[in-house]
Structures are given as structure tokens and as C-alpha cells.
Design a protein around this ligand. Sequence first.
Ligand SMILES: *[C@@H]1O[C@H](CO)[C@@H](O)[C@H](O)[C@H]1NC(C)=O
Ligand SMILES: *[C@@H]1O[C@H](CO)[C@@H](O)[C@H](O)[C@H]1NC(C)=O
Ligand SMILES: *[C@@H]1O[C@H](CO)[C@@H](O)[C@H](O)[C@H]1NC(C)=O
Ligand SMILES: *[C@@H]1O[C@H](CO)[C@@H](O)[C@H](O)[C@H]1NC(C)=O
Length: 636
Amino acid sequence: MDSFHLQWVAVLISIITLSEACHPADWKGLTSFKSGISIDTSGRLAKWVGQNCCDWEGVRCHNITGRVKEINLPGFISTADLPFQSEMRGFISPSITLLNAVEIIDLGGLLGLGGTIPSFIGLRLHNLRKLYLYGNKLRGPLPESIGKLLKLEELAVHDNRLSGSLPAILGSLKTLHSLLLYGNRFSGAIPDSFADLTNLVQMDLHSNSLVGHIPDRIGQLQTLKELDLSNNFLSGKIPLSLNNLPGLSVLYLDNNKLEGPIPFASVSGKISSSLAFLRLNDNRLSGPIPQSFGELVCLKRVSLSNNKLEGTIPSSLGRLSSLSELYLDRNRFSGQIPKSLGQLSQLILLNLSHNFIKGPLPEMSSLQNIQTIDLSYNLLNLSSIPQWLSKLPSLSKIYLAGCGIHGQIPEFLRTTPSPIQELDLSHNHLTDKIPEWIGCLTQLYSLKLSENSLISQIPNSITNLQDLGVLDLHSNKLTGNIQQIFKISHRFPDDSLTYIDLSDNRFSWDFYQTDIGQQPGIQFLNLSNNNLKGRLPTSIGTLRSIQTLDLSRNNLGFDLPETIVNAKQLETLKLQRNHFTGRIPKGFLNLRKLKELDLSNNLLVGEIPPGKPLSDFPRSAYMGNKGLCGKPLNPC
Ligand SMILES: *[C@@H]1O[C@H](CO)[C@@H](O)[C@H](O)[C@H]1NC(C)=O
Ligand SMILES: *[C@@H]1O[C@H](CO)[C@@H](O)[C@H](O)[C@H]1NC(C)=O
Ligand SMILES: *[C@@H]1O[C@H](CO)[C@@H](O)[C@H](O)[C@H]1NC(C)=O
Ligand SMILES: *[C@@H]1O[C@H](CO)[C@@H](O)[C@H](O)[C@H]1NC(C)=O
């Protein structure tokens, strides 16, 4: 082409692009936004070229006015092939407020997106209906002016903490601390003006650093269906006005510093015909559960755990016929469990543990759907496991620790309608043997019988428990060898025992004869305070996941095996009060994650291999040996 024709083409292109240019304010707003972003791993912004911003990926314009209506650039992209988590680093340019016709802004889950929400957002974006800025690194206060966005239906600015970048910083605790200190999240109070958002359906502010009170006027948000303020530092009382919300279905206020009573008292509010999911756990709420709580008849899941609630559990709870999960654990409830709880035929999970509830236990044999029951650590003094429990058709997870149960482990547990998966009878007065039939509970995943007076060997049948992941038998009077436990072959090759506590018993076994390498997934192994003899098996090095190893207070001896250094995940290693001899293997210097070490009261000699982490432990970690020297002890 000659130069005349080239010029002609250039003119033509500029005419076309001019005629197809988007509104200058929109173009400016979007290009400013783009220039605030230094990295966009999705590559979407790189394609934002030319004048017609309506054609750009993630941008949609109104078909009549031509103004930008939507910005859809979520971090999580699900394509036909693979879902993809993208990241944008940079900050939100305040010029985004030039897009004054925009209705939807979705910049959620971009992980690295920082900066603040422009304070004048509410004075400009009058048409905004949805604002998603969750899962980023935004910080600063939530602007008061958001209260002027009267068309706003959804506000999701939750989880502006460390979000996606977490794995990267986990390696270095120091960074974690400084990031937390500098507060990578929204702070300040929830502006009172938010109560003016009369079209709001969903407000999600969870997992930020918000402080102050929940605005009293929140009850004005008559269209609100979901309110999630959990995981902040909110204080004060829960506003009574929440009772006036006629359509509120989800209310999550857990993990704050809220105090005072549960507000659904005396006033029989409009909320009762809609509230289904309620979480008030991990606060400082006090007083009783009001009788009127039983009017919240739509409730499906309720957690009031870990507060200072007291008084008896009201019988009106028996009216909550849709209830499927009820968590009342870690409070100060007293009195007896009302018989009416037994009517909750939809109930799947009941946790009443860690209260002051007294017996006798009412017979609740109508709990047809209950799968998990936890009554541990109350004042129940059950004497024996109630037999009706073993007849509940769906029950498979039974937690009755510290319930004053005497005698043998009853055989009716062998033939429950739903095979037992989790059984916790710790801290009772069980005597006699661990029954041989325990090996028939082939779906057992977790078995806890610690702090009883069981005397027996571990039955051989335990090797049949192909799903066993957690075994806690500590503080009994168990004897014999421990080998069977490491012989369990799991149903699936990737499964393994992860938690084993056999400490504080009378096992007397030559540990060297045990091949512990058959359970490579062990994370926690405590065999402390037994009578184990011999050397440490070299297979100890095959425990690639082990974080805690406690073999203290046994009769183990000989040199420490070099292979132990292959257990690279070790954080806690306790070998004190044995008869280990020889030098500390140099390889210990490779145990980079070690935070706790105790080698005291053995027969170790020679120089402590110089360097971290060994030099960082206190002298007490090495005291009482035959001839150790070097940092932190005296020079050799
Ligand atoms: C413009 O958009 C509206 C609503 O999105 C739609 O109902 C209408 O059919 C569209 N008009 C044209 C000409 O595409
Ligand atoms: C019940 O609550 C206690 C205390 O909060 C907790 O430790 C336990 O794991 C819960 N039980 C079940 C079965 O979830
Ligand atoms: C527990 O129950 C047993 C038998 O029912 C009774 O003898 C005992 O006094 C009770 N203990 C307490 C502390 O209430
Ligand atoms: C191991 O068990 C003993 C006795 O039960 C206990 O004192 C010790 O703290 C446990 N070790 C670890 C690391 O948890």
C-alpha cells in the first residue's frame, strides 16, 4: 500500500473508533482503574485497548444510553475447562467513581487488590445495585457515603484480610505478624448511614477489623435477607431492632465482642417468620435464652456456643420443628435438659458440652435423624450409657466424655442401627477391658477412651479398623504391646492414623520391634510415660507428616537414629527421661520447623551440633545428660 492509502486507512479507522467510542467519563474511569493495577494474572485488562470500552472484557454497557452498566472482573473465573483463581495487584483508583451510571461492580476475590473505597463513592454512583469487593486487601474505613446508595441491594466487602496470599506468608511467622499489625482490612465502625440503604437485601462485612456498635437503626433495613457481620471486633449489645426485620433469614454475628442478652426477647418480632440460620457463638452474651426463642419457628441452624449464657434451656426449644443443628456448648447452662428437645425430629446435631447441666437425662428416643450428640463435660452423672441412645436410627457420633459413666464399655454399642464412627468416652470411670468386639466397629474413625481405668491389652481386633484416624487411650492402665496399632491397613491407600495418644499407661514393649512406618500419615504420636524399651526404630524417619513426637519418660536407649532427620515436619520433639546415649546427630540441624525440643535427663554426650534451631532452645532442653556441651550449654 502506498502512503496515500495508508493515511486513508488511518482516517477510516479513527472515524470508526470515534463513532464507537464509549462515554468519555466511562473511558477515563476505566483506564484510570487499569493504570492502578500493576499485575493482572487473568490477562483481562491487557485486552482493554481502543476507545470503545463497551467491548472490553468484563464491561457491559446499557443498550440505549451507551453508558457502562456493569464491571464484572471477579477473581474466580470458571471457564469450560478449569476454574481459575486470578489475582490483581495494585489499588482501586478513585476515578472509578467517574462511571456514574454503573449498576454492578464485581471486583471480588482478586486477592491482591488494595487501597481504600473512595470516600465519595456514595455521592457519585447513584445507580449502584451490587458492590462486591470481598476477598481483597482493601483497608481503611467503610465510607459513610455508602449510605447514600439508595438503590444498593447487595454489599459484599467481607474477608479483606490476608485471603489468598496466605500460603505465601505461612512460611514466615514474622510477616504474618506484621501484616496483622498493619491491618490489611477494613477498620473503623459500621457507619450509621448504612441503615438508610432501604433496598439492601444482603450485607456481608465478615472477617474485617470493624469495631464499635452495630447501628441501632439496622432494623430499618426492611428488605434485608442476609446479614453477616461475623469475625470482627464489634462490641456492645445486639440491637433489639433486628426483631423488626420481616425477611431476615441469615444472621451471623459470631466471633465478635458482643455482650448483653440475646435480643429475641419478649417482643414477638417480625423476624420469627423468616430467621433460619443464626450464629451468635464466640461472643460475650449473657443471661438466659428467652422462652420466646421458641417462636423463631423457621430456625434450622443455631449456634450460641462459647458465650456466658446461663439458666435452664427453655422447653420452648422443642417447638423449633425445622431445627437441624443446635450448638449450645461452652456456656453456663444449668438445670435439666427439657424433655421437649426429644421432639426435634429434624435434629441432626446436638452439642451441649461444657455446661453445668444436671441429670437425669430425659429419654429422647424420637430424635429420628440425630447423627451427632455431644453431652460431654456437664454434671450429668449418667452412671451408664442410656440404652435408648443405642437405638436411635441415625446416631453414629457419640460424645459422652466426663459424664460419670461407670463399668464396662457396654456391648450394645456394637450393634447400633447406624455403625459408630466417632466414640468419645474419655474422662469417665470405665473399668475392665477394651472389648475385643471393638474391632467390629468397622466404620470407626475416632476412638477416645482416655482418662479411665481400663486394664487390658489393646485387642488384636483393632487391626480391622480400616478407617481409624484418631486413637486416644491416654491415662489408663493399659498393658502389653502397641504393635497392632501400626498394623492397621487402611481401606484407602492415602488414609492413615493421624493422631495417636497412648501416653500415661503401662505399655511395656520393645519399641524397636515395631514398624511404625506403616502409618506414614501420623501427625501426632504420644507414647510418653510408659515402659517402652529398646532403641528407636529407624522407621521413625518415614513419618513424613509427623509434627509432634513425645516418647519421654520411657526406658528407651541406645543412639538416636540418624533417620529421625527425615521427619522434616517435626515441630515438637520430646525424648526426655530415657537412656539415650551417644551424640546428638548433626542432621538435627535440618529439623527447621522444630519449635519445642526436650532431650534432658538422658545419657547424651559430646557437642550439641552448633547452629539453629538447636542453639535457640533453652538450657533446660539439654540438662541432666552425661556430657553435653556447646551452645546453649557451656562451651566444650
Ligand atoms: C435492552 O436491554 C433491556 C434490558 O436489559 C432489554 O429488555 C431490551 O430488550 C434491550 N433492547 C435492545 C434493543 O436490545
Ligand atoms: C462440641 O463443642 C465442644 C466445645 O466447643 C467441641 O470441642 C466439640 O468438638 C463439639 N463436639 C462436636 C461433636 O462437634
Ligand atoms: C451420681 O449417681 C450415683 C448413682 O446414681 C449416685 O450414687 C451418686 O451420688 C451421684 N453423684 C453425684 C456427684 O451426684
Ligand atoms: C503426652 O502425654 C503426656 C501424658 O498424658 C502429657 O503430659 C504431654 O503433655 C503429652 N505431650 C504432648 C506433646 O502433647
